[in-house]
Design a protein around this ligand. Structure first.
Ligand code: SF4
Length: 127
């Protein structure tokens, strides 16, 4: 997995053969971050085929598509910008440990404010 500034990672990626699993949503629909990222192998991909909209239950990452992505706007990820602006009572809480922070697009753009809200994001892979 790449992790330099030119190849930052999308933290809300669809499930594909190129993606990595890095979080699981719990019963409260909050992301529990894995200690390390897990490549989506052919076997894992086959296992996910039995789950309707796996992106609503798991969080995947892959290299940010920048201007190839519908969420890219004004040279930034608009999702990262939007969650950073959202009002939430937990803004002063400490963000959870996350396996992709060094290379995360949202963290790179918005800092830890994005991380505090990130656990509430449910990916809509249909967009
Ligand atoms: S925004 Fe923060 S918590 Fe969310 S994926 Fe990026 S580094 Fe991890």
């Amino acid at each position: 997995m790449k992790d330099n500034k030119d190849d930052l990672l999308c933290p809300s990626a669809p499930l594909t053969k190129e993606s990595y699993l890095f979080g699981v949503l719990n019963e409260q629909a909050e992301v529990q971050y894995l200690d390390s990222v897990v490549p989506v192998t052919e076997e894992l991909l086959a296992g996910f085929q039995h789950i309707e909209q796996p992106e609503k239950h798991f969080r995947f990452t892959m290299t940010c598509g920048k201007d190839k992505c519908a969420q890219w706007d004004n040279n930034k990820c608009s999702v990262g910008s939007a969650i950073q602006k959202a009002e939430i009572k937990e803004i002063n809480t400490k963000p959870a440990r996350c396996g992709i922070r060094k290379a995360c697009r949202w963290y790179s753009q918005e800092g830890l404010a994005a991380c505090v809200l990130c656990k509430y994001v449910v990916t809509d892979a249909s967009i």
